[in-house]
Design a protein. Structure first.
Length: 341
């Protein structure tokens, strides 16, 4: 068929552009913003300005690396939301302008949909890697979202459960912040937890009905725990860092997997995929494999580079929408909050 998509992702602090031909990634480039590190989180105003500075260069490099010229692009895809409004406006205005200038169709993408479909991304020469069969269940875990979603087809989803407060990634980021470890915290906690005893400390477990999650309690329990221990021993964090990280991460990951098992039983579905930044977590990846063996699941893990935000996942979602006949209006406005539009 040979449909080439150029996609732009600018929902948070990374500026990304990708080229995709029929599901195969030709290039996927990223400018990571360092300006937020000292603040322990993303500063929206700084993020929008950095997107504005980086976007042309990133798109240019993505085109060069793919060997595709702008004339050969068939579809322009971009993230419409959810995310930081200012950042989304930069990416969507750029995509609209490009679509007008090139007279090429525009397809807006929901960021969550991009994460969900990232499991289908292939590298060149990798077309024999197996795809999940529909319907499958995806555990979508990122810095902003935590959901269990039944994916019925590339464009049809049913949300089975979600967080009632913090996202799983946010819970790990807050843990790192409380321990003074930097941002984003997920990868740091993951690394330190590898040398820790995950059963040493028992952080509080949320008791939420059905397939929903809550992660604000585990963060609060860490806060009170540290306060108490630091009073007795000012060096408590340094002396126990690995065990604290391992025990906290254990609580977050096991809570996710417990509900995933219930979802699989309820829906009678054993095709299980992970998506989103937290699906890079090594403990989660190992545990979903172990539980999968016990439950008879077929588990699909996205390659690490497609777990965190990237434009290739936006391109594959745009590709599926385009093939289904969808075209965006030029007057669509970005949205900041979760929506499955
Ligand atoms: O999907 P993503 O890049 O952005 C959102 O859409 O939110 O996810 C970012 C989140 C952050 O909270 C980050 O700490 C977490 O993913 N993360 C990880 C790992 N790598 C990234 N969490 C745990 N272990 C990791 N290895
Ligand atoms: Zn994301």
């Amino acid at each position: 068929m040979n449909i080439t998509v150029l996609a732009i992702e600018s929902s948070c602090d990374d500026t990304s552009a990708a080229l995709l031909r029929d599901g195969v990634v030709l290039s996927n480039l990223m400018a990571t913003q360092k300006e937020h590190n000292e603040f322990g989180g993303v500063v929206p105003e700084l993020a929008s300005r950095a997107h504005q500075r980086n976007l042309v260069r990133v798109v240019d490099s993505a085109l060069k690396e793919s060997g595709i010229s702008l004339k050969e692009v068939d579809v322009i895809g971009y993230t419409r939301g959810p995310g930081l409004l200012g950042s989304l406006i930069v990416g969507s205005s750029f995509a609209k302008a490009l679509s007008l200038a090139l007279k090429k169709p525009l397809v807006d993408v929901n960021h969550i949909q991009g994460h969900l479909l990232s499991i289908f991304l292939k590298e060149e020469g990798e077309s024999d890697r197996e795809d999940p069969k529909f319907p499958f269940i995806s555990l979508l875990v990122s810095g902003g979202h935590t959901q269990i979603i039944e994916v019925q087809s590339p464009l049809e989803y049913k949300i089975l459960g979600g967080t009632i407060d913090d996202a799983a990634g946010e819970a790990l980021d807050k843990c790192a912040k409380l321990l003074g470890l930097g941002y984003p915290g997920g990868p740091i906690v993951d690394r330190l937890a590898k040398d820790g005893n995950n059963r040493r400390f028992n952080f509080s477990k949320a008791d939420v009905k059905g397939l929903d999650f809550s992660f604000s309690g585990v963060k609060t329990s860490l806060l009170y725990f540290l306060r108490e221990r630091l009073r007795e021993n000012p060096n408590f964090i340094e002396e126990n860092l690995n065990d604290i990280c391992a025990s906290y991460q254990y609580r977050v990951v096991e809570s996710l997997l417990e509900k995933l098992v219930v979802a699989s039983h309820q829906r009678g579905i054993g095709e299980i995929a992970l998506a989103g930044g937290v699906s890079a977590n090594s403990y989660l990846r190992a545990r979903v494999g172990e539980i999968g063996d016990r439950e008879g699941w077929r588990v699909y893990l996205p390659p690490l580079k497609y777990t965190t935000d990237n434009a290739a996942m936006i391109a594959i979602a745009a590709y599926h929408k385009y093939m289904a006949g969808y075209r965006a209006h030029g007057n669509l406005a970005p949205f900041s909050r979760l929506s499955m539009e």
